[in-house]
Design a protein around this ligand. Structure first.
Ligand code: PGA
Length: 250
C-alpha cells in the first residue's frame, strides 16, 4: 500500500517569528515531489509562518487546540482560528501535553472531533513511557491511546488521520528506538487501527517520532509501516530538517 511519506517539524516552544519565517523560506525549495512536509510553530508564529509558506509545498500546523469553536475560554485557540491563520494541520495529544498539561485520551478525542469538523488534518500522538515498556505494558498503552482517541468517530470521517508513534523515552533524549522496535510498534498500531476503522488502516500514515536525526532517518523511514516522522529538535535547523525530508524520498 503506497502511502505518501509525511515529515512534520514540531518546533515546540522554540523559534521566534523571524526565525520561523526564515526557516520556512529556506525550506520552500527543498521539498521533493512525493513527500509531504509541514512545520508546527508556536501559535503566535502560525500566521506569519503560514504567509511565508504560501504557494509552496510546505504545510503549517498548530501544536494543540481547544475543542470549543469560540466563546469565553481565555487563553485557548480553536481549530476555527488555526484555520483562519492559514494552517492545515493540528498536532494532538503530544506526550509533553499529556505529561505537563493534563491531556488525556478523552481530551484528545474531543479535540480530534473538533479538528476533523473544521477539515484540518490531525496528527494524533501516542507512545509509551519507559516504565510502561519495561513493565510489559507497551501494547496495552498503545491500544488504549488509539481506541480512546478515535472513540465514537466514524471511519468515514478519519480519511485524513495521521498517527505519530513517539516512545516517550526517545523524545529529546538522543535514544532513538531501534528500527525493529519502531516497525513492531507501528505494525501493532496499524493492527489496532484496523480493528477500529477497518481497511482505512492501510491508508493512515503512522509517523515515528523521538530523536529522529539526519543520520537515522533513512533507516527508520525504510521500515514498511513507518510512513514519516514527527521531528522535534532536528526540525529547528534548516539543514538537518531538509536532510530528513530528503531521506523520505524513496
Ligand atoms: P525530538 O522530539 O525529535 O526532539 O526527540 C520529537 C517530538 O517530541 O515530537
Amino acid at each position: 500500500m503506497a502511502r505518501i511519506p509525511f515529515i512534520a517539524g514540531n518546533w515546540k516552544l522554540n523559534l521566534s517569528v523571524a526565525e520561523g519565517v526564515a526557516l520556512v523560506q529556506g525550506l520552500k525549495d527543498k521539498v521533493p515531489a512525493g513527500v509531504e512536509v509541514a512545520v508546527c510553530p508556536t501559535f503566535v508564529a502560525l500566521y506569519p509562518v503560514a504567509q511565508a509558506a504560501k504557494g509552496s509545498s510546505v504545510g503549517v500546523g498548530a501544536q494543540d487546540c481547544y475543542w470549543k469553536e469560540t466563546g469565553a475560554f481565555t487563553g485557548e485557540v480553536s481549530p476555527t482560528f488555526i484555520a483562519d491563520a492559514g494552517a492545515q494541520y493540528v498536532v494532538l495529544g503530544h506526550s509533553e501535553r499529556r505529561q505537563f498539561f493534563n491531556e488525556t485520551d478523552q481530551t484528545v478525542n474531543q479535540k480530534l472531533k473538533a479538528v476533523l469538523a473544521k477539515g484540518l488534518v490531525p496528527i494524533v500522538c501516542i507512545g509509551e513511557t519507559l516504565t510502561e515498556r519495561e513493565g510489559g505494558q507497551l501494547e496495552a498503552v498503545l491500544k488504549r491511546q488509539v481506541v480512546g482517541a478515535l472513540d465514537g468517530i466514524p471511519a468515514a470521517q478519519l480519511e485524513t488521520l495521521v498517527i505519530a508513534y513517539e516512545p516517550v523515552w526517545a523524545i529529546g533524549t538522543g535514544k532513538v528506538a531501534t528500527t525493529q522496535q519502531a516497525q513492531d510498534a507501528h505494525a501493532f498500531v496499524r493492527a489496532q487501527l484496523r480493528a477500529v476503522v477497518g481497511e482505512l488502516a492501510d491508508r493512515v500514515r503512522i509517523q515515528y517520532g523521538g530523536s529522529v536525526k539526519p543520520d537515522n532517518a533513512k533507516e527508520l523511514l525504510g521500515q514498511p509501516d513507518v510512513d514519516g516522522a514527527l521531528v522535534g529538535g532536528a526540525s529547528l535547523k534548516l539543514a538537518d530538517f531538509a536532510a530528513i525530508v530528503a531521506a523520505a524520498k524513496a
